[in-house]
Design a protein around this ligand. Structure first.
Ligand code: FE2
Length: 664
């Protein structure tokens, strides 16, 4: 008779307890144990409990464990984290679990050493691997929200999601309390029923006036200023639209004599010198604007020209609010009346609201991250090295997206009810944006080059983003090169090839023009793609999400809708026309409440580069994880030091404020 010592680790959240019976069986190369009943008493959250399993003879090398839970009188869900087993020979095996067990099925978990499919030597291991994927493909099925957008997970609401993708209780409670508290604040002031327009700009601050941030206050004071307007295209929450402009678009006929430059500079010369930049909201052209509170709203598709001045400030120098030039579409200039110029800038900021929320944020981070997560679950078993590397970067994404599809862009969602780009415009705009996405635009070093933004000064999104990208790339490269010694290892990994093929088909909709990989032929290709996935799910989302309250809390800086059409001639605007154009009180209240909710750091935040779940059990990847964490801590210190001297610190990519995954 020989004895195996098992230590079972249970998750730390309160609901991880089970009062039911847990059974476990050990399976090795030389046989298997009996199905052992572990517990008479409940297994508590955060516990580490050791048991003995006796066998008539040694089981050889351990391949997997089988775990099942028998419900006696109270149904519950148990969250085992991992099981450590010491064999009679003194070897220690670790079996990562990290998933909720709520049913009575038998669940198999592999030993922690990562294996690719062609490395499976034991038929039992191969069988378990295939069974796991068969089950996963039943749980994680593709669904079509709109045929022109990335496929989503098929789930009947949040309740239909697999258990392991749901929020923890602590996050659920915090999420709903935060939203409820915001709404209570508005209701007390009777704001949500007030359909009146604002009487003056200052009183807009009354909405949730207790909710503020340093940058919110700064923006409330500086939002009308041209240099701040320019600054936010580099370091605000939509820093990926602006590009260098060497030749003016034919539909934006700005001439030398229109624009006034200091020190005798001329537009034609400055174009050639590389000092002119452009934001073109062309995908907003021709969209059917929404109705809000029964009233027709208005969308514009502006073009904005910027000049990098000799003092390195980026200043807006011309704005055309519609794509087709003409007499009814004046080019607004800083030399126009104060109200004309401010009105033009407000319409641009409204266009940026749509571009930011629906493209930069929702489509390019949330929806792509969901496609990456679903493909990971469908195609890679837990024992696969890429599953172990990427699973921490998918945490809670499927649930927050499921909530967002109903609560934000669904027929009764906040965008549909309050934004000019709600209703039919939402999917039309997202479909246009989707057809514009390229692989280049998702990889920050390539994107910066493509937009020719490598040398514009004071572009902290670029500076910080590139530093993190290269640090992340090195980490991903280290881990993947440990498992894939040569390109043939990549070519021979059928599961890996199915994973990328599924993303190409269901995430990128088989778009052969976008430069997306359809398969991996080299280790280098795989490393770059995986870095892009990790960056999109962490840094890119943080850059465009975390400042939502800062930049959109003060509504006039990022108004969700415009109640009046854009001016068709100069000299027709006043403060009264601006107030009539901005959203009414109730829409402002909903908007500020929402961006406040979206900017709250979650209570169970997992910082970028922190891996509380031990999916890797081998020393090399674990050591690389520790190194990655240390390197991110160094960047955190560097960025904070740099920020100390800045009028507006750039904080969204400070690594210790970036989450590992998209959770909000
Ligand atoms: Fe988000």
């Amino acid at each position: 008779m020989v004895s195996y010592e098992l230590t079972v680790y249970t998750g730390k959240e309160a609901s991880a307890i089970t009062v039911n019976s847990i059974y476990i069986k050990l399976v090795g190369t030389k046989g298997e144990s009996d199905r052992k009943w572990l517990n008479i008493l409940p297994i508590f959250w955060g516990s580490e409990v050791t048991y003995c399993v006796d066998c008539e003879h040694t089981l050889g090398q351990l391949i997997l464990i089988e775990v099942d839970k028998r419900t006696w009188f109270l149904s519950d869900a148990w969250l085992p984290e991992k099981v450590e087993i010491t064999t009679p020979e003194g070897d220690v095996y670790t079996f990562p679990v990290y998933c909720w067990i709520s049913d009575s099925e038998t669940h198999r978990f592999r030993e922690g050493k990562a294996l690719k499919i062609y490395e499976e030597e034991n038929p039992l291991g191969l069988y378990a691997r295939k069974q796991e994927l068969l089950q996963r493909r039943k749980e994680y099925r593709w669904d079509e929200y709109d045929s022109r957008l990335p496929r989503t997970i098929k789930a009947d609401g949040v309740g239909g999601l697999p258990d392991k993708n749901k929020f923890s209780w602590t996050k659920t409670i915090q999420f709903y309390i935060t939203g409820f508290y915001g709404k209570i604040g508005n209701c007390l002031k009777k704001l949500t029923e007030n359909r009146n327009n604002w009487k003056n700009l200052d009183e807009i601050h009354n909405v949730l006036s207790c909710r503020t941030s340093n940058l919110y206050d700064y923006i409330r004071q500086h939002w009308k200023e041209d240099d701040f307007f320019g600054y936010q295209y580099l370091n605000g929450i939509n820093p990926i639209l602006i590009r260098r402009c060497k030749t003016l678009p034919p539909n934006f006929p700005v001439t030398d004599d229109m624009v006034f430059f200091p020190e005798g500079l001329k537009l034609s010369n400055e174009l050639g010198q590389g000092n002119i930049y452009l934001c073109d909201y062309k995908n907003l052209d021709g969209l059917p604007a929404n109705t809000v509170l029964g009233k027709q709203q208005y969308l514009t598709a502006p073009l904005v020209l910027f000049h990098k001045r000799p003092d390195d400030k980026l200043m807006p120098i011309a704005i055309q609010l519609k794509q087709t030039p003409g007499e009814d579409n004046p080019i607004f200039l800083p030399t126009d009346s104060t109200h004309d110029w401010l009105t033009a800038k407000i319409f641009v900021r409204n266009a940026d609201f749509t571009e930011l929320q629906l493209n930069t944020h929702l489509l390019r981070t949330h929806l792509l991250a969901e496609a990456f997560a679903v493909s990971l679950q469908r195609n890679l078993p837990m024992v696969h090295p890429l599953y172990k590397l990427l699973i921490p970067h998918t945490r809670y994404t499927l649930q927050i997206n499921t909530i967002g599809r109903g609560g934000l862009i669904g027929p009764t969602g906040l965008v549909a009810l309050n934004a000019g780009s709600g209703g039919k415009a939402t999917t039309q705009f997202m479909a246009k944006s989707m057809s514009d996405i390229t692989y280049t635009s998702l990889c920050i070093p390539d994107d910066i080059n493509e937009r020719d933004m490598h040398d514009v000064p004071n572009y902290y999104y670029r500076d910080d983003g590139l530093k993190i990208w290269y640090t992340m790339y090195k980490f991903v490269q280290g881990v993947l090169e440990y498992y894939y010694k040569c390109d043939d290892d990549v070519l021979g990994d059928s599961e890996l090839q199915t994973y990328i093929g599924d993303i190409f088909k269901n995430g990128f909709l088989s778009n052969t023009e976008g430069g997306f990989p359809q398969s991996f032929t080299t280790v280098t290709e795989m490393v770059k793609f995986v870095t892009m996935v990790m960056f999109t799910c962490s840094c890119q989302h943080a850059a465009v999400n975390n400042g939502m309250f800062d930049y959109a809390g003060w509504m006039p800086n990022l108004p969700p809708t415009m109640q009046c059409p854009p001016p068709t001639e100069k000299g027709t605007t006043t403060e009264a026309t601006i107030l009539a154009t901005l959203p009414p009180v109730c829409v402002t209240a909903e908007s500020k409440t929402t961006v406040w909710l979206l900017s709250r750091p979650p209570s169970d935040f997992v910082t970028l580069g922190h891996y509380p779940e031990d999916h890797f059990t081998e020393e090399t990847p674990r050591q690389l994880q520790r190194k990655f964490k240390v390197e991110l801590e160094v960047l955190t210190t560097d960025f904070k030091m740099r920020n100390m001297d800045m009028e507006i610190p750039y904080t969204y990519l400070i690594p210790n404020s970036v989450e590992n995954s998209i959770t909000i």
